[in-house]
Design a binder for this molecule. Sequence first.
Ligand SMILES: [Zn+2]
Length: 85
Amino acid sequence: MNELNTNEVQQMKRCSNKNCKDPVKPITEFPKNKASKDGHSHWCKQCHADYRRARHVKMTVVEPDTDNVEMAEVEAEVLTAGTLD
Ligand SMILES: [Zn+2]
């Protein structure tokens, strides 16, 4: 008779990432994970995205080739000085 519409009651879950800015979210904000007890990942989608982005940035960091830039500038100065005389 008094059946609750469970679709309207959102189950909340706490993100286990201690760096999470907003750890308590609806379970729909957690990616599905069959290995987990409740069927959802311990980390929210935002934390997964941040983690992936951080790793990607680390892997693609390229050291700026400052030596070549400095050499080119010195060469340009030498050439300019030479033509002035
Ligand atoms: Zn999180």
